[in-house]
Design a protein around this ligand. Structure first.
Ligand code: FAD
Ligand code: 2HG
Ligand code: ZN
Length: 481
């Protein structure tokens, strides 16, 4: 006999208590994405407190699905995702499993440079925990006060330190998860070497909630650098920015921990919406600006000397038109604050189209020229807000509605036109239409169009084998067959 939606909700409430298995009432915080791009309707929002409770929730949903109820599960962390992967659709038949109550730090292993933490730990808390122990957990992004490590792993988040420490994938030694049978796999090995077959950890990382629920992870820690220093640099072309990157990589090697680029219009938007923020250099004076971070393992004096050495060489080579070096940590933080407020300034300006692309970093200037040219042919008045992680070849080539236009209407009517213009250029440079934010529900059609069909076929085979009933996040990542 089919288990009804009401019966499933009752069962979830008896498993977790009514406070932690909510149905009805205002569930906007879980049903709507951070950008307020779309609001769905959840059958229930459940907040398990342990891995065993996550498994029990999955088993209950699986039994309902097997009985004929078309229910599915959307895992959710901090709900800061930018591609609608963590919010339910409008069917009213999706159970949101929020991991936010699972915040335990299970182990902190100073000797082996690792920590084992539950999926709901807020990223910033983990950074602070490591710092209190004199160590570094380097994953860093503007949403770090709200996003949680399970969401970071599920999206393989990038952020601002990738140039030195890699993506979230590179920071994870092991995971614990609940699979589509409701079984728990404890893969929380802190081992740095383990060649015993397919690496299921890496299959889960970046799977966007489609293969299972990550409940805990063992993460890599690093020694803290002795000193970190920043410079804010003006360039007159992106060609010079890319030459500067090559010079910085050559001179600073692994000490280069951040290399962010912002075109003038992105900073103008921050000036407009956050007038209290002071630009280190007048934003009108450069075509683009670089926030360069250098970390030194020896001393502050050496950090300053090496950064100044690089800047001298860059000025001599004619790569910079102006530059400001942070004199202390407070000034460095203010530089990062400006960079990290671009997303908020864009949100304040209104709903917009995000294009989180990557190409080889050497191709960035040519890519930007061509993409702007192609976009202008189809949407001549649209405004490009371009910034990102230049050190990783990753740009947020975002497009804002024309001045005075209705942003929601613009997004609804122009998304496909803008995407096609931009992503075709991305593809011609051998790039990716999603560098770090993922695919979610928003970019499935792009995956269908741009992903290699053989790779897509193998992805479908994996999904079919691990989640044959399509219980986990069925409308995210993989396009319908
Ligand atoms: P959610 O948004 O809750 O979920 C994201 C996806 O992961 C969904 O598909 C969800 O189903 C799945 N998921 C969540 N938890 C689990 C779990 N435990 N098990 C299985 N699947 C799960 N991203 C970057 O990569 N780099 C950036 O620099 C960056 N900057 C940002 C700045 C701002 C201001 C904002 C709002 C977002 C930014 N993002 C960035 C995007 C977002 O923060 C990241 O994708 C982040 O990793 C999402 O974490 P979350 O906990 O909010 O996950
Ligand atoms: C960043 O790098 C984030 O700040 C968000 O990835 C980018 O707002 C965006 O498009
Ligand atoms: Zn980014």
């Amino acid at each position: 006999m089919t288990i009804t939606a009401e019966q499933l909700v009752e069962q979830l409430q008896s498993l977790l208590g009514a406070d932690h298995a909510r149905s009805g009432g205002d569930l906007t915080a879980w049903e709507e994405d951070w950008r307020q791009l779309a609001k769905g309707k959840a059958l229930a929002v459940v907040s398990p407190a342990s891995t065993a409770e996550v498994a029990a929730v999955v088993q209950a949903c699986l039994a309902a699905k097997e009985s004929g109820l078309n229910v599915s599960i959307v895992p959710q962390g901090g709900n800061t995702g930018l591609v609608l992967g963590g919010t339910p659709d409008a069917s009213g038949l999706q159970v949101v499993v929020s991991l936010k109550r699972m915040q335990a730090v299970r182990a902190f292993d100073k000797q082996n440079l690792s920590m084992t933490v539950e999926a709901g730990c807020i990223l910033q808390n983990l950074q602070n925990l490591a710092a209190e122990q004199g160590l570094l957990f380097p994953l860093s992004l503007a949403a770090e006060g709200s996003c949680v490590i399970g969401g970071n792993l599920a999206t393989n988040a990038g952020g601002t330190q990738v140039v030195r420490y890699g993506n979230t994938r590179d920071l994870c030694l092991g995971i614990e998860m609940v699979n589509a049978k409701g079984e728990i796999w404890n893969g929380l090995s802190g081992l740095r070497k383990n060649n015993t077959g397919y690496d299921l950890r890496h299959l889960m990382i970046g799977s966007e909630g489609t293969l299972g629920i990550i409940t805990a992870a063992t993460l890599k820690l690093y020694p803290q650098p002795a000193a970190t220093t920043c410079a804010w640099l003006a360039v007159d072309t992106l060609d010079h920015a890319v030459e500067l990157l090559a010079l910085a990589q050559q001179q600073l090697a692994s000490g280069l921990t951040g290399f962010e680029a912002m075109e003038q219009d992105a900073l103008k938007l921050v000036e407009k919406h956050m007038p209290h923020m002071r630009m280190p250099i007048d934003a009108s004076t450069g075509a683009a600006f670089i926030l360069l971070e250098y970390s030194d393992d020896e001393s502050e004096d050496r950090a300053r000397a090496r950064l100044e050495g690089l800047l001298e060489a860059a000025f001599e080579a004619g790569l910079l038109t102006d530059g400001a070096v942070a004199q202390n940590l407070d000034q460095a933080q203010k530089m990062w604050d400006i960079r990290e407020h671009i997303t908020l300034a864009q949100a304040a300006e209104g709903l917009h189209l995000k294009h989180d692309i990557s190409v080889p970093s050497s191709s960035i200037p040519a890519f930007v020229r061509k993409a702007k040219e192609e976009l202008a042919k189809v949407l001549p008045d649209a405004r490009v807000i371009n910034f990102g992680h230049l050190g990783d070849g990753n740009l947020h080539f975002n497009v804002q509605a024309p001045e005075g236009a209705n942003p929601r209407e613009f997004v609804d009517t122009c998304q496909q036109t803008a995407e096609q213009a931009i992503y075709d250029v991305v593809a011609s440079f051998g790039g990716s239409f999603s560098a770090e934010h993922g695919v979610g529900r928003l970019k499935r059609h792009d995956l269908a169009h741009y992903k290699d069909p053989v790779a897509l076929g193998m992805m479908r085979a994996i999904k079919g084998a691990l989640d044959p009933l399509n219980l986990f996040n069925p409308h995210a990542l993989l396009p319908d067959a």
